[in-house]
Design a protein around this ligand. Structure first.
Ligand SMILES: Cc1cc2nc3c(=O)[nH]c(=O)nc-3n(C[C@H](O)[C@H](O)[C@H](O)COP(=O)(O)OP(=O)(O)OC[C@H]3O[C@@H](n4cnc5c(N)ncnc54)[C@H](O)[C@@H]3O)c2cc1C
Ligand SMILES: *[C@@H]1O[C@H](CO)[C@@H](O)[C@H](O)[C@H]1NC(C)=O
Ligand SMILES: *[C@@H]1O[C@H](CO)[C@@H](O)[C@H](O)[C@H]1NC(C)=O
Length: 458
């Protein structure tokens, strides 16, 4: 048996990733402090009607609103797929809970709060405390500077053996570069600051004649939802995306005021928008559903870890910078995945490595692995900014980590259900949340959950 060493670990963020990291670090025997700038757990899942003053998020000095949820948001994964491996996301009967299979956002927050209280994670969290700087001292320890926002701002500096970064990556808008956008005279916002469709209703007459012409850029999950919602109150919605091959575009089936258009070519000073192949319209607003940027403004690694065209690197298996491993790590960077169960595996791996129970390869070997991963992306023509796009291999990755940790691999129903959900979301974007065809997988999931519930007293 290797000796287990307990470490002092700082976790930054008490969203889903930070809660899971804290749980597994403490279970391993480490002492944990979680820094959280909000006054409750849940991160992204804390809905707020607040938005940022700069609607497209270019101004880097703006006050930050963490959450990008819109009021009507329901999950785009079924609850069984989102479920933590250790703590089933089952429908609860009590009045204020949402038992649907694809619940509204409030239900996810309730679930994360339940998880935090089940494992008493809240007692590890310092709320209203923002980490302003993380840097390494000469003796190798990490210095964490934080600001506690009580009556007067208290600045604190502390040393930790290790830092686990869990600050999320759906907060800092990525904007498509459109020629002329800076001189376009109308409104532009990013989906990060979209909450409700009402502002898109005609504001002058307040009658039912709908006047807004909206151009939406992007074809992400939020673009699909938001375009339909906005179309219910606006005159026209034009969705611009690279995937529309038709010259002028076409109506979205089932909607007479939504059009799928080619990509925008330019925004013009007269208020018009030109699409590729020459189609042109006058519009009132551009809504960017163009995703987010990784950003760690507090992290000072003296250039060892960088964010370059949305690649956070170099990172071994999306978690450890080889030359700082295992003392600095990241939970939750990959996207196009079921996040919560992956957070658990990454966290167990980090916890076990920090204690010495699990070993990492030598730095050079990790670096070679990273380089060959980057080379393989390049060879298949994948742009840098998709480095953490895990489409098609999340379960292979999760199973690899599970093997390192000596814990169970992903259940078969989870793999099948994720794929079934991805397919039905694509095929039936309006109805997939309320009608499904994978009832057999739901049964299997619930059988597993029942066994799990006997272990955890919910
Ligand atoms: C619109 C939208 C829809 C989504 N839908 C789904 C879905 O249906 N199903 C699903 O599984 N996932 C979904 N996701 C993904 C979602 O991001 C993950 O489920 C998960 O919430 C990510 O958790 P996280 O802890 O990594 O990040 P976050 O939830 O963003 O948490 C990060 C935390 O770090 C804190 N923090 C940041 N910086 C600092 C600092 N300097 N100091 C102190 N604290 C700090 C923040 O306040 C926050 O609490 C969706 C995301 C978005 C944006
Ligand atoms: C925003 O939310 C706060 C508290 O949640 C509420 O008091 C306020 O009325 C809301 N504002 C608007 C404009 O809806
Ligand atoms: C993510 O990767 C998959 C598979 O490589 C690719 O098909 C897809 O277009 C990528 N998604 C995005 C949004 O880049």
């Amino acid at each position: 048996m290797p000796t287990i060493t307990a470490r002092e670990v700082a976790v930054i963020g008490a969203g889903a990733a930070g809660l899971v990291a804290a749980r597994h670090l403490r279970r391993e025997g480490h002492s944990v402090v979680v820094f959280e700038r909000e006054s409750q757990v849940g991160g992204t899942w804390i809905y707020t009607n607040k938005t940022e003053p700069d609607p497209i998020g270019v101004d880097q000095t703006r006050p930050v609103v963490q959450s990008s949820l819109y009021a009507s948001l329901r999950t785009n994964l079924p609850r069984e797929s989102m479920s933590l491996r250790e703590y089933p996301f089952v429908a609860k009967k009590s009045g204020h809970r949402d038992p649907r299979r694809f619940p509204g956002h409030r239900e996810v927050l309730e679930y994360l709060k339940d998880y935090a209280s089940e494992f008493a994670i809240g007692e590890l969290v310092r709320f209203d405390t923002e980490v302003s700087r993380v840097s390494q001292r000469e003796n190798g320890k990490w210095e964490v500077r934080s600001i506690q926002r009580k009556e007067d701002e208290e600045h604190i500096e502390e040393a930790f053996d290790a830092v686990v970064v869990c600050t999320g990556h759906y907060t800092d808008p990525r904007i498509a570069q459109i020629p002329g956008a800076d001189r376009w005279p109308r409104k532009q916002i990013h989906s990060h600051n979209y909450r409700i469709p009402e502002p898109f209703r005609d504001q002058v007459s307040c009658e039912l004649d709908l006047l807004w012409v909206v151009v939406i850029i992007g074809s992400s999950a939020s673009a699909v939802d938001i375009s339909r919602e906005v179309a219910s109150v606006a005159k026209e919605v034009h969705i611009a995306s690279w995937s529309t091959s038709n010259e002028e575009g076409q109506n979205l089936p089932g909607y007479d005021n939504i059009w799928l258009r080619p990509m925008v070519e330019s925004a013009n000073e007269d208020g018009s928008i030109s699409f590729q192949h020459g189609f042109k319209i006058f519009a009132d607003i551009i809504l960017y559903c163009t995703g987010y940027k990784y950003n760690f403004p507090f992290l000072d690694t003296k250039g060892i870890v960088t964010v370059d065209d949305n690649r956070v690197g170099p990172l071994y298996k999306h978690v450890f910078p080889p030359s700082l491993a295992p003392w600095l790590s990241f939970v939750g960077l990959p996207w196009k995945i079921a996040p919560f169960p992956q957070f658990e595996l990454q966290s167990e791996w980090i916890a076990g490595i920090l204690s010495g129970r699990i070993s990492l390869p030598l730095k050079d070997e990790m670096m070679k692995d990273v380089e060959s991963f980057y080379a393989s992306l390049e060879a298949s023509g994948v742009p840098k900014r998709y480095t953490h796009n895990m489409t098609g291999y999340q379960f292979e990755y999760n199973d690899w980590i599970a093997t390192q940790c000596g814990c169970p691999k992903t259940e078969e129903w989870r793999k099948k259900m994720y794929n079934a959900a991805s397919l039905s979301r694509k095929e039936r974007p309006e109805t997939y949340r309320d009608e499904w065809v994978d009832g057999d997988l739901v049964l299997q999931a619930n059988q597993d959950f029942m066994k799990q519930l006997e272990k955890v007293d919910m």
